[in-house]
Design a protein around this ligand. Structure first.
Ligand code: 1GP
Length: 256
């Protein structure tokens, strides 16, 4: 079991400090079942060298053994914080530094609103993992994505900004500390800037944006609209050296 210090919010504090320092933070998502252009050890070394702020690990349906082996490999090749972005309660590992305790608030599937959480809670306590409560909102992206299929939920209409705001506010009032709006891995269309602007201004919560972000320019637009963190997955699977360009586009000094 980890020390009490690791349970008191040190990863969350690190994330907020990096936003204060750089204007916004950059997460790389690694899927244990991803198709990488290099050995995973080399991918992780490159991500670390090129300066992402944290590594997220997760996938819609990864099994426990594959997940555990993958986290162990990533951990032994980086000093960046590793945050679990779990598809289910099997995706937990004590080598991680924190877990996004996600509630899929855009859906109406009890499994992802509370059931997996009840399964995961005693395991998380035993591992001593820091939990970061996150309201997870899937946004329509022009075609079906695996997260919508796996979770058996409908995404929020990408033009319905009021609906996104209502869901994000509900997550805030339930006590969640961050909002993650995700168009889904490999999405054709990323989360619209107008939706980002409004959700950020109406909730004031730290906002993570991911799904279908294929260029540093697009990542930069998300930050200008109000994203505190941008996530890329697929692009880095294909070419980990792109981390440096994405980081430069996302990191910017705050005005004061
Ligand atoms: C998916 O937001 C992440 O949950 C990352 O998406 O793989 O499209 O970058 P991409």
């Amino acid at each position: 079991m980890k020390s009490m210090e690791s349970q008191s919010g040190s990863v969350f504090k690190y994330l907020m400090d990096s936003v204060r320092k750089n204007g916004a933070g950059y997460f790389v998502l690694l899927d244990p079942e991803g198709r990488y252009s290099l050995r995973i050890e080399d991918v992780v070394t490159s991500i670390t060298k090129n300066g992402a702020d944290a590594i997220l690990i997760g996938g819609s349906s990864v099994r426990r053994r594959i997940f555990d082996d993958f986290v162990t490999k990533v951990k032994s090749n980086t000093n960046l914080p590793i945050i679990v972005f779990p598809g289910n309660a099997d995706q937990l590992n004590e080598n991680a530094d924190a877990v996004f305790f996600l509630s899929l608030v855009s859906g109406r599937n009890p499994r992802y609103l509370i059931e997996e959480h009840v399964k995961a809670a005693p395991i998380i306590r035993e591992m001593g993992l820091e939990t970061i409560p996150v309201g997870y909102i899937i946004v329509g992206s022009g075609s079906q994505t695996s997260v919508a299929v796996e979770s058996r939920t409908d995404p929020i209409d990408r033009d319905d900004i009021d609906c996104a705001v209502a869901h994000a506010l509900a997550a805030k009032y339930l006590g969640m500390r961050m909002i993650y709006m995700d168009a889904g891995s490999g999405a054709k269309l990323s989360v619209p800037e107008k939706m980002i602007e409004k959700v950020k201004s109406e909730t004031g919560l730290p906002l993570i944006i991911g799904g279908g972000i294929r260029s540093p320019e697009n990542a930069s637009k998300k930050v200008e609209a109000g994203a505190d963190f941008v996530v890329t997955g697929n692009m880095i699977e294909q070419d980990p050296t792109l981390v440096a360009e994405f980081r430069q586009a996302i990191h910017r000094k705050p005005e004061n």
